[in-house]
Write a protein that binds this ligand. Structure first.
Ligand code: GLN
Length: 187
């Protein structure tokens, strides 16, 4: 198994480190030609969704990645990655890849709760650590999207077929379980 980590901006190295600990090989996707090599899954990291969306378009990777996901490539989006995949962003006119039937709110927790830590249940795993950094939450799920976790009264993880999203950053805690869950989606 080989996982591509979108490495345009944000917290991509931390994902690579978690994958290495799981014994999964990964590589960085930085430019269009990186999409030509064979890979079995894609991680879109946290960072700034607007910046990543702009770079995806400028680097001519946007349509290719959207097509791959629509054709079933397993994808895992964390935080900004969730926003890139959401079909609707309530407080932003723009959407990006818009492949997943979720609505999201950007920077949803206000200034005081901009960053916080909690431990909550994740369906199929159990209690896990969750670190939120100027995070979105999922305000609604549509179609066959399944809710996987809630925190602070909001949906913070969901899955629709080949697409997995978390509003929190599992790559920033010493817990491999969400990445392991993603690798099982690939197998
Ligand atoms: N606030 C960022 C955005 O809107 C997401 C924050 C994150 O990825 N940690 O894209």
């Amino acid at each position: 198994m080989r996982i591509g980590v979108l490495a345009l901006q944000g917290a991509f190295i931390e994902h690579e480190q978690i994958l290495a600990r799981l014994g999964v090989s990964s590589f960085e996707i930085r430019q269009e030609k990186d999409l030509d090599s064979a890979f079995d899954g894609l991680i879109i990291p946290g960072g700034e969704s607007t910046v990543q969306g702009k770079l995806l378009r400028e680097l001519n990777m946007f349509d290719k990645i959207k097509n791959l996901i629509e054709n079933g490539l397993p994808v895992f989006g964390t935080c900004a990655g969730l926003l890139l995949l959401a079909k609707k962003i309530e407080n932003d006119d723009r959407t990006h890849l818009a492949t997943m039937d979720i609505s999201a709110v950007r920077n949803a927790y206000g200034r005081q709760l901009g960053s916080f830590y909690t431990e909550q249940d994740f369906k199929g795993i159990g209690k896990i650590p969750m670190t939120f950094i100027r995070a979105p939450y999922i305000s609604g799920v549509q179609g066959d999207t399944e809710i996987l976790a809630e925190a602070d009264g909001h949906i913070v993880a969901a899955r629709q077929k080949n697409q997995l999203v978390t509003a929190f950053h599992p790559e920033l805690n010493d817990d491999l379980s969400v990445h392991e869950y993603f690798t099982k989606m690939i197998l």
